[in-house]
Write a protein that binds this ligand. Sequence first.
Ligand SMILES: [Ca+2]
Ligand SMILES: [Ca+2]
Length: 171
Amino acid sequence: MAACRPSRPSPSPSPYLVQKGPYQALYDGGGRLQRLLYDPKGRGKAQLLAFYAPDGRLLRAEIDTDGDDVVDRWEFFDANGSVEKVGLARCRPGQADEWWFPADAGGIVRVERDEDGDGRVDHWIQRARAQIVLEEFDTDGDGRPDQRVARDASPPTRRPCARVAAPIPRR
Ligand SMILES: [Ca+2]
Ligand SMILES: [Ca+2]
């Protein structure tokens, strides 16, 4: 009768990198693309980083749109490969403080802002047919809107960027 021996885990192939021009692709041991990096100037600073699911689907991307080596745009994709939401560093380098939610029919249906930079949304902008129809504000800091302003075709409320206690240093 064979004794039951603990089976040794079979060695799984290691992840590996493929470099081609400004692109660097990271594959898992099974040859599936995990991450794609775009470094157009070859400085070891990614201008775009894209992350993939095991089934090959694009999950999200981190982008430095202005080339200052700090990510300022985050894109998230749904199961169909469509953009689910986009985060922007509007007032705070390296930190998303504004979010765009695309409408099924195209355009943006909602914008959410974290005006005071505490990581919580406090300003909601609802849009319909490319126009702002409603703005909501959380003025008491409980994370829920308590002030509503209906809009016709007027532009959204512009609030200056609140000061940040410890800003991320820019180079
Ligand atoms: Ca940037
Ligand atoms: Ca906030």
